[in-house]
Ligand binder design. Structure first.
Ligand SMILES: Cc1ncc(COP(=O)(O)O)c(C=O)c1O
Length: 431
């Protein structure tokens, strides 16, 4: 431990990154060769090495004096404080639609309680809801599980399917929850960086090279938060065939599946038995506070993940599951259409500014790179906050994206216009 701390101090002094993939890969090769000599299982040896690396990286990070990147939630809290002091704020920092949830779910909730449907349920969810979701997606009810939000689906999948020291591949920029959930479970994260120049497409060879004996899962999130990217079917197929070859899970977070400008094909349609598709009522039906989502996988995986949910919380609240059942009968297309208009407004305004970005294929965000040499994302975010506009810093989605900001198209077009005028003024002053 002392040695790791000292190494951390030296790296901090030299301004070096704590992790170095090349060095890690060399250490792994030596460890595996040693393990081979003494007859130790390569996968187990790799896990042991990862536990040491996780511990060492954690200690070295503590030596770093730089502040941890602030998240979109940090910005939300700051924005709320400023608002409380009387200044109006345009909230474009979080991915929460401003629409009302379907009106009919109120009756569904009351009816459920009035008719005694307010009890513990099967950890996988009530049968009627699972049957309905199965019908929608072409699954069976044994392969569907209701979760308290998409986020819990992500957490429960990582926590129940992976062992400490195992490894997952995450494509950045990325919603931070995958890495956070992995860290909480002592699972190591290998990141694959994507770039604006490559239209945010991951290099499949790079994913292949990142896989080692401890790797057990590839995480996908398309339509993507923050870039709005949707992968083409060829890339999906190549990633699935890699997963098949190495017997890996694919955790595909598709909570923005209804918010598409371009055609989107779910990973659920590829018939890969180790895929777990995460879905949510939060974005589709503007039901963020209801905490309702579901996952689609094989019956074996569903059973395993449901065990964790049962241990942690028994089941999702029964009356809320009836709200979900009701929501599935309602129209979401109006929200999707409105978001598309808002995204279009945002894109058209950004086109007139000194920023570069890809036009989103889906989701509800634009992720532009600012072109100011001396300005980083957090400085710009703070400047905008002072002027009544909240956006998320790009580095909240990966540490090499500090010239980016994420703007959510979750407010009416007029407010987006107004906020973009403020952004344009800040950028044109080249602050
Ligand atoms: C990619 C992604 N997945 C999941 C979630 C969380 O969804 P839920 O509200 O269903 O937990 C979010 C929320 O912003 C998200 O951006």
């Amino acid at each position: 431990m002392e040695l790791a701390q000292k190494i951390g101090e030296i790296k901090a002094k030299l301004g070096m990154d704590v992790t170095d993939d090349q060095v890690e890969s060399e250490i792994r090769m030596s460890v595996l060769s040693l393990a081979h000599q003494i007859g130790l299982d390569p996968s187990y040896s790799s896990r042991l090495l990862n536990l040491l690396l996780i511990e060492s990286v954690g200690l070295q990070r503590k030596q770093k004096t730089v502040e941890h990147a602030s998240s979109h939630m940090d910005v939300l809290l700051k924005a709320k404080q400023i608002e409380a002091s009387g200044m109006p704020m345009v909230h474009l920092e979080i991915g929460e639609p401003d629409f009302r949830p379907p009106r009919s779910i109120k009756d569904a909730f009351v009816n459920a309680i009035d008719s005694g449907r307010h009890r513990y349920t099967d950890a996988r969810g009530i049968e009627r809801l699972r049957e309905k979701l199965a019908l929608i997606h072409g699954f069976t009810k044994e392969t569907v599980m209701v979760t308290p939000g998409g986020r819990f689906g992500v957490y429960a999948s990582i926590a129940s399917l992976l062992k400490p020291g195992e490894e997952i591949v995450v494509i950045e920029p990325s919603w931070p929850a995958y890495s956070d959930c992995a860290a909480l479970n002592s699972v190591k994260v290998k990141t694959i960086k994507t770039t604006l120049e490559n239209q945010w497409s991951p290099d499949v060879h790079e994913i292949d090279n990142a896989i080692n004996d401890a790797t057990k899962m590839i995480v996908l999130n398309y339509p993507n938060n923050p870039t709005g990217k949707i992968l083409d079917t060829d890339t999906n197929e190549r990633i699935i065939s890699l997963a098949r070859e190495h017997d890996l899970y694919i955790l595909s977070d598709e909570v923005y599946s209804k918010y598409c400008v371009k055609k989107f094909k779910s990973i659920a349609e590829y018939n890969y038995d180790k895929s777990i598709v995460i879905e949510s009522f939060s974005k589709t039906y503007a039901m963020t506070g209801f905490r309702l989502g579901y996952l689609l996988s094989s019956a074996i995986i569903v059973k395993q993940v449901a065990k964790l949910l049962a241990f942690a919380m028994t089941s999702v609240a029964e009356p809320l599951q009836y709200c979900a059942l009701n929501a599935l009968e309602t129209d979401y297309v109006t929200n999707v259409e409105e978001t598309r208009i808002r995204l279009h407004t945002l894109v058209e305004r950004l086109k007139k500014m000194d920023v570069r970005f890809t036009i989103p294929d889906g989701s509800m965000y634009v992720y532009p790179r600012i072109n100011a040499k001396t300005l980083d994302d957090n400085t710009l975010v703070n400047l905008l906050l002072e002027k009544g506009v909240a956006v998320a810093p790009g580095s909240a989605f990966g540490n090499s994206y500090d010239k980016f900001i994420r703007i959510s198209a979750t407010q009416p077009a007029e407010q987006i216009e107004q906020a973009m005028n403020v952004l344009e003024t800040c950028l044109s002053k080249k602050i």
